[in-house]
Ligand binder design. Structure first.
Ligand code: CA
Length: 716
């Protein structure tokens, strides 16, 4: 558990074998949040001054080059003193294949500010050094058809850039360059590293297909863009069909946009255009209309399930049909655990008719055809693979280049549910079932004991470094499903006794392990027995830990069916969710937003890093992941519904997007994640379904191997 979290911080920019599509090196296009821009700092010495909010630059929602906002620089050039506005590169997990730029490019709106009153620009490097300051004026050109100017400075003009690469650049700084004692105001947008402007014509006219209204947003879908010259899809909205305003931009890699208007029961008209890399705009698409409408609770649940489902259907890696680690992020890399969760979301989507059964059969055929040929390590899949090649991708470092038993169990949980779901005589369904059986029977769970008499399963094995990571699986945490499946395997099973001797071990080593990551003796014997916030906890380290512990193992495995000598796991999981809920309501850290409708600490992206939040002050940074409360639906339906409505109705403007709610937000820092994560989207769809119909629980528990495994544990 601890190691799992540690390695998440060690993500390097490893070179991938296959050619990933490139991202542009964008320092700023839009702020996800209104108010102030998190990835900036504004500082000054009096009598100079620069407008700031919590020492960040303010965001303008009314004046921008690309919709919906820009950075406002309102400053006083004091006769003494100085000011600086610094914009930082936002590092997004897996965005490590970036087109190398030769120039610093940005858009500037100077209004009545005279050229002599403008700031100078510097670039900042990772080693904290900064370049010399260059004047903007020599590099400005008006942008035709707008009041903005394009600034294009060759990186070679910065002498200190010599010998460096784009990746060495951390920030772009605007600094005082005059002592006129006046106050001025300029706006800056679209700060990026760009290549020489390509020749050729603007992109062709796009085709907007459909606008579908929901309670407070409209979903736009267009024909997928294949032209690699396209930089953004630009979205225009109108309330009367004639007066349009630009409301947003979208990456051409996504063919969908969620326009959150915040108003129910209103008619909207949309059109889109394409911007090429020089921001030249195509002619607009035809106009498409959509209405927002009131929605009841049931419809809201379906809306959230479908949006999250799309991450795994539309957002999947193209060759394997499996789940990417995060979007945006690596395009070609798939994550095996997230893929297993995604299969459960695909089954849900089939049953709810988001796609037809035929389409679902096609997707699962693609998946099993890929998996049967993919590289495994004693039948065990790695954490990450390259989709186009089917080879192991050591994304978490060189040591992690082999089998990952926990990810494999998450994958297998999805596959076994699919084997139960595709139960018809249809020959295609039969092939899916047979191939899943072959994959399942090849997995050597017993190899991952390391020795024949080991009481524990081991997380990793490497073909050239063997047991170098040496991480034993000891509960309570998210790895319960690994023991349950290892015991259930009909071909390479481990003894049922390992449930108590390994997973729930009472040995000193296991106690120390639990104390180590819980930072408390509570729960070090596996059982806990204390009461937190008025809720008794039978099993759990600390006061239960992050909520993914009660999600990942139980997306398919029904916790009602699992009663051991310590507890029943539906009851225990519900209590862990309730402890989390009551902690967030009490809010000892005093974080903005936390309430009875904003709760659920778990593993998620954050302003500074991906980490697991828990309901204890030393593991709570003020960031909240929607998946925490929403994947807890079966345990806490009322509390989860309150959170869903709060997230959608009050935070939807920044939090709601094409694949459901974004991964996390931190209102104390005015921050919202730019990504959706493969591990966090599917549990929402799947656990809402388990709450509504029990579908995935029924499917997995109907599997004869699962039932045999349950008998082997010899629960009391
Ligand atoms: Ca913008």
């Amino acid at each position: 558990m601890k190691y799992r979290l540690l390695i998440l911080f060690l993500i390097g920019s490893l070179a991938a074998a296959a050619q990933e599509p490139y991202y542009d090196a964008v320092f700023f296009a839009n702020s996800r949040m209104s108010g102030n821009y998190f990835y900036s700092t504004a500082s000054y010495q009096s009598p100079s001054w620069i407008r700031n909010m919590q020492k960040n630059l303010p965001v303008s929602d009314s004046l921008f080059f690309t919709p919906g906002n820009s950075l406002q620089l309102q400053y006083v050039n004091g006769s003494a003193g100085k000011w600086s506005a610094d914009v930082y590169k936002q590092r997004i997990r897996g965005q490590d294949h970036v087109r190398e730029g030769t120039a610093l490019q940005l858009k500037i709106f100077i209004g009545s500010t005279k050229s002599g009153q403008l700031p100078a620009v510097q670039i900042g490097f990772n080693d904290s050094s900064v370049s010399e300051a260059l004047l903007l004026t020599g590099y400005m050109q008006p942008v035709p058809g707008s009041n903005w100017q394009n600034v294009l400075i060759p990186l070679s003009a910065f002498k200190k850039y010599a010998g460096k690469q784009n990746d060495d650049i951390r920030s772009v700084h605007f600094i005082q360059n005059s002592t006129d004692n006046g106050q001025h105001e300029i706006y800056i947008d679209d700060i990026e590293l760009s290549n020489a402007l390509p020749a050729g014509s603007v992109a062709r006219t796009p085709k907007l297909r459909k606008a579908t209204g929901f309670a407070r947003h409209v979903d736009l879908v267009w024909e997928p863009i294949t032209d690699t010259a396209v930089k953004y899809v630009k979205i225009y909205r109108s309330e009367n069909g004639t007066d349009f305003k630009a409301v947003g931009i979208q990456s051409p890699m996504t063919y969908r946009y969620a326009d959150y208007t915040g108003v129910t029961g209103k008619k909207y008209y949309y059109k889109i255009t394409l911007l090429d890399r020089s921001y030249r705009e195509s002619s607009p698409s035809e106009i498409v209309q959509g209405n927002t409408r009131p929605m009841n609770d049931d419809e809201l649940l379906t809306m959230v399930q479908e949006a999250n489902f799309r991450y795994y259907y539309e957002g999947s890696e193209k060759v394997s049909g499996l789940s990417r680690e995060n979007i945006p992020g690596r395009h070609d890399m798939i994550a095996m655990g997230a893929s297993g969760f995604g299969m459960l979301a695909l089954i849900t989507g089939t049953e709810r008719k988001f796609i037809t059964r035929d389409k679902s059969i096609d997707r699962f055929t693609q998946i099993v055809n890929f998996l049967e040929k993919a590289e495994t390590h004693h039948g065990v899949f790695p954490h990450f693979m390259n989709g186009p090649t089917g080879k192991t991708e050591p994304f978490f470092g060189r040591r992690d280049n082999g089998g990952d038993l926990v990810e494999t169990s998450f994958l297998m949980q999805g596959l076994l549910a699919a084997r139960a779901y595709f139960n018809r005589a249809d020959p295609k369904e039969k092939i899916i079932r047979n191939k899943i059986t072959a994959i399942w029977q090849k997995i050597e769970w017993d190899w991952y004991r390391r020795t024949a008499d080991s009481k524990y399963l081991f997380w990793h094995w490497s073909p050239d470094q063997a047991w170098i990571i040496n991480h034993k699986l000891i509960g309570w945490n998210e790895t319960m499903i690994t023991y349950l499946l290892a015991i259930a395997s009909p071909t390479h099973g481990v003894p049922g006794s390992m449930y108590y001797s390994g997973w729930a071990s009472q040995e000193n080593e296991a106690q120390q392990y639990r104390k180590g990551w819980g930072q408390t003796p509570d729960g070090s014997m596996y059982s806990n027995g204390k009461t937190y916030f008025g809720v008794p906890l039978d099993v759990g380290v600390s006061n239960g830990g992050p909520l993914f512990f009660v999600h990942y193992s139980f997306l398919g495995y029904d916790p009602h069916a699992l009663t051991d000598k310590y507890t029943n796991y539906f009851k225990n999981n519900r209590n862990i969710a309730l402890i989390n809920y009551r902690y967030c309501m009490e809010n000892p850290g005093g974080f903005a937003g936390y309430s009875d409708s904003c709760w659920g600490l778990t593993a998620c992206d954050g302003p500074y890093h991906y980490s697991a939040s828990e309901p204890v002050p030393w593991q709570d940074e003020g960031k909240m992941a929607p998946t925490g409360a929403l994947a807890s639906f079966p345990y806490t339906p009322e509390e989860s519904m309150k959170a869903l409505k709060n997230y959608y109705y009050n935070y939807g403007k920044f939090l709601w997007g094409e694949y459901g709610f974004r991964d996390a937000f931190n209102l104390s820092q005015n921050w919202c994640s730019e990504i959706y994560m493969g591990l966090n989207q599917a549990p929402v769809t799947v656990m809402i379904e388990n709450y509504r119909s029990g579908l995935l629980w029924k499917l997995l528990m109907s599997d004869p191997d699962i039932q045999n495994g349950l008998k082997k544990i010899r629960l009391p």
